[in-house]
Design a binder for this molecule. Sequence first.
Ligand SMILES: C[S@@+](CC[C@H](N)C(=O)[O-])C[C@H]1O[C@@H](n2cnc3c(N)ncnc32)[C@H](O)[C@@H]1O
Length: 261
Amino acid sequence: MNWFETAFGAHYPLMYAHRDVAEAGAAVAAIARLAPLGAGACLDLGCGAGRHLPFLARGGRQVVGLDLSQALLAAARDPANAAGVALVRGDMRQLPLGGRLFTAVVSLFTAFGYLGPLAAHGAVVGEIARVLRPGGHWYLDYLNCAAVRLELAGGGSPQRWRDSGPLAVGEQRSVAADRVVKQVIVRPRPGFAAEAAALGVPAGGLAYGEEVALFDPAELDALAVTHGLRRVGEAGGYVGEAITDPQAPRWLLVYRLEERS
Ligand SMILES: C[S@@+](CC[C@H](N)C(=O)[O-])C[C@H]1O[C@@H](n2cnc3c(N)ncnc32)[C@H](O)[C@@H]1O
């Protein structure tokens, strides 16, 4: 089993509780400022529990949310998220969708970078280019890899424990050559075994390592261009931070599919 099949279970929204609906609205507004989302159909690739879907669907835009995680898609079926939105289970490396369907594909809050080396991500970028209409945009909301490298340069963070609802969560982050690795332990808090089990966390807990590749914008550009995608916009966060700011919280990159591809 890949780590992302364990990590993105029903417990996942509690792991990042601060990544909430309000932040999702800010993210969608930020990417739309870089290039208009347009009136055409939009694919939320790695939609998770669907917090961005209502913002993407505003104004009657047709939206498809796709994710590998059955548990998160079940959460995304909440009518508050999913009214008028189609939810599809699938793998972003081989999309169960026809070509040229979307004017926008969004990969929000680092729904990218899980496959190891850059070349392995060619399958994902190729699929994005296949389902986009010429002139359509791919919006990538990625971590600021330079800031992550700087923060963890001295050998990584100590293990930190915190409570989140019925769960106790231990995390320790470090940087390997080409990726950031977060070792995660999730256990039921005392007295919360039933609630934790309902979230897929057994009495003995879960342990896994989240691994996200650290790519530079130039590397991503080089991969994207081989699939006909050219960078047309960038920012360093949801409130207009510059991507050149070393402390920028995010890297937002927008690519446009060439008309002739
Ligand atoms: C960091 S989460 C972001 C979720 C959502 N965009 C959000 O911001 O709440 C990444 C998502 O990508 C999904 N994912 C990971 N690998 C995938 C794959 N190969 N195909 C489809 N979805 C995948 C996970 O299940 C997870 O929901």
